[in-house]
Design a protein around this ligand. Structure first.
Ligand code: ADP
Length: 632
């Protein structure tokens, strides 16, 4: 082969490009067979030069070997015949190219992808064991009985009809409520591999379907990339945050997703980069979303929505004790011999350091405690080892009668201490670890001062013009303060706090309603008939950096304004939600369970809801309702 490469290199390059010595060497090489035997050094020089020339032409054996091994890999990939034909065509093109040539790299990467895709590789499908699946779900997740029941039903249908074209399960709920881990339990129950594809922020259709290869820097879409990474063609694929995809000028990712999820079309899913169809019909899709409302309707139509609204403090405590703490300790290589986190401490973490619907921050704080314990254990380990080494050294020296050797400088102490211990007859060889007991003081050292103290609401509504609202965001329900103030002006309304159009309109409606009812409400008016005469109103929604929108702040806005004009503070223990029309009708709003849980988390004990939302109270856990006064 080297002769072949050699002759090729001569034919491609202008002979004038070689320096004279090179030409002579070449001549020497061709004369090798019939001339006198060459010396070893001369032969070595010639070999070196051949290598240099091949390198320069990019024709070294390594590249040849590489292409050959790529071809072998492609043959083993078991591509369908039409794909194989296409791949061979591409491989022939690659063979004709020089590695430095533009397009060589992309062509190679493309063929590597074809060879890497699991055309035939699938996880072996066993019959689904429903009892084992239930045990697994129970052992990995606390509570969630309705959700687990629904998952078992789903698995039962798959067991009876493995190719059932049922809807795609979609877990909807705030972060940290166990959506991802439930999906991974489904993969476990089906004995399939699990892959998560994050769709949050995907605005470009090409993110799902790939860029055509003519595009510079083109890549396969996330779906094909995920399948390549997971290495089987029948994984459980979690389409995470499916509600966060949005259409813009670069196409509509939702339409690409629809194709992926459509059993009629997904046998021949066409990724633009791949340019040959790939069968994704064996993939089991599961989706997650934070909010259902944001999901494109056609997608929602293909999903079976399972809601996970968030946990009560009691549920969080149980989850922490039964699942999070053991998991966190294991992840940090420590055991309960090293750290003890008693229940009251976990309660403190839940109340003072977290304010969330799920358990993500709780888990993060527990990890911080575990890290602190790990440092303590590692330090102790090191000092034990040090003591042990010292003991060995000292013992050896004493045994050898060399005590005098160590009576030098800093080592004196060492000698004295070690001999002292030796005299007592026992060295601390294996010290049983003292667990780090996490109490309030340790919490403050590790996690810092508490973030929430339950007095926030009281402090913030101390002045007239502030009301407590309940809103629904993608991280679950939240308590929101609405602040309003009046100043000298021309009767304008100023709104701040990154508000969307709907919430701005709610503020307008609230102000109009209060102005129209000023007499009925007996609001002190500067001059008959005008609340706004020579004054401006400013309404602010903290936190100012978080975008807000939606109609459910209507009632809260009215309350804040009435409080402002009447110069009377609102009750700090009362939060409210509800949309208000211009005529003062209160319309029902969504997310009641999340909102009540949020109010409870913040220590609010009275909630005012639209009358027509009363039916939603059924969903709220009884222990929470018992602690609250809810009025319509
Ligand atoms: P999500 O996908 O909803 O954001 P994750 O599935 O990532 O949430 O959950 C975050 C962590 O909380 C995981 O470690 C998960 O196992 C744990 N977790 C959440 N809910 C439960 C539960 N009910 N029981 C046990 N662990 C839970």
């Amino acid at each position: 082969m080297s002769t072949l490469l050699h002759s090729r290199s001569r034919s491609r390059r202008d002979p004038g490009e070689f320096d004279d010595a090179g030409e002579e060497e070449m001549a020497g090489l061709s004369a090798k067979s019939d001339g006198p035997p060459m010396s070893k050094t001369r032969r070595d020089i010639l070999h070196q030069q051949i290598r240099a020339i091949k390198d320069e032409l990019g024709e070294n054996d390594e590249d040849e070997d590489d292409v050959a091994s790529l071809e072998k890999k492609m043959q083993e990939a078991g591509m369908p015949p039409n794909v194989w034909k296409h791949a061979q065509r591409e491989l022939r093109r690659l063979r004709k190219m020089q590695p430095q040539q533009p397009g060589y790299g992309t062509s190679r990467t493309y063929l590597e992808l074809l060879a890497d895709l699991p055309w035939q590789i699938a996880s072996e499908e066993h019959e689904i064991d429903l009892v084992a699946a239930k045990e697994r779900l129970d052992s990995e997740h606390y509570g969630l009985s309705k959700v687990k029941k629904r998952i078992i039903e789903y698995l039962a249908v798959r067991k009876l009809k493995p190719d059932a074209r049922g809807p795609v399960l979609c877990f909807v709920g705030p972060p940290g409520v166990g959506k991802t881990s439930l999906a991974s339990s489904i993969a476990g129950a089906l004995n399939r591999r699990f892959i998560r594809i994050s769709l949050g922020g995907v605005k470009d259709e090409a993110d799902i379907r790939g860029h055509r290869r003519t595009y510079i820097g083109s890549m396969p879409g996330r779906l094909i990339d995920g399948i390549k990474r997971v290495g089987v063609n029948n994984p459980v694929m979690l389409l995470d945050e499916i509600d966060k995809t949005g259409a813009d000028v670069r196409g509509d990712p939702a339409s690409a997703l629809l194709e992926v999820l459509d059993p009629e079309q997904n046998k021949t899913f066409n990724d633009h980069y791949l340019n040959v169809p790939f069968d994704v019909s064996k993939v089991v899709f599961v989706a997650t979303a934070n909010r259902m409302q944001l999901m494109p309707a056609p997608l929602l139509d293909r999903m079976e929505v399972i809601e996970l609204p968030g946990y009560t403090s009691e549920e969080k405590l149980r989850i922490a004790m039964l699942h999070l703490i053991p998991r966190v300790l294991e992840q940090h290589g420590i055991t309960s011999e090293h750290i003890d986190i008693p229940e009251p401490t976990v309660e403190l973490i839940i109340q003072r350091y977290t304010r969330e619907a799920g358990v993500r921050n709780l888990s993060r704080h527990l990890a911080a405690l575990a890290r602190a314990a790990a440092v303590k254990v590692a330090e102790k380990d090191q000092s034990d080892r040090h003591t042990r080494e010292m003991q060995t050294e000292v013992t050896q020296m004493i045994d050898h009668g060399g005590g005098g050797l160590i009576v030098e400088g800093a080592e004196v102490d060492m000698e004295v201490e070690a001999i002292g211990v030796q005299r007592q007859g026992s060295l601390p060889l294996a010290i049983k670890p003292e667990p780090l007991v996490v109490d309030e003081a340790v919490l403050e050292i590790v996690l810092g001062p508490p973030k929430f103290d339950g007095r926030e609401a009281a402090e913030r509504v101390a002045t007239p013009g502030v009301a407590v609202g309940l809103v629904w965001t993608e991280v679950g329900g939240e308590v929101l303060f609405v602040e309003s103030t009046a100043m000298l002006g021309k009767g304008d309304l100023h709104l701040t706090g990154q508000l969307g159009d709907v919430i701005k309109e709610s503020a307008q409606i609230a102000l109009t309603w209060v102005r129209a009812r000023s007499a009925e409400l007996k609001l002190p008016v500067a001059e008959a008939g005008s609340l706004m005469k020579e004054r401006d109103i400013h309404i602010h929604f903290p936190a100012g950096a978080v975008p807000k929108d939606g109609p459910s702040a209507g009632v809260t806005l009215v309350t804040a304004l009435v409080s402002l004009f009447a110069k009377r503070s609102v009750r700090a223990d009362t939060a409210m939600t509800g949309e208000m029309t211009l005529r003062g009708l209160i319309l029902p709003v969504g997310g009641i369970k999340d909102k009540i849980l949020a109010a409870h988390r913040c220590g609010i004990r009275r909630v005012i809801l639209p009358e027509r939302n009363r039916k939603d109270l059924q969903e709220v856990p009884a222990p929470i309702l018992m602690n609250m006064e809810v009025s319509g």
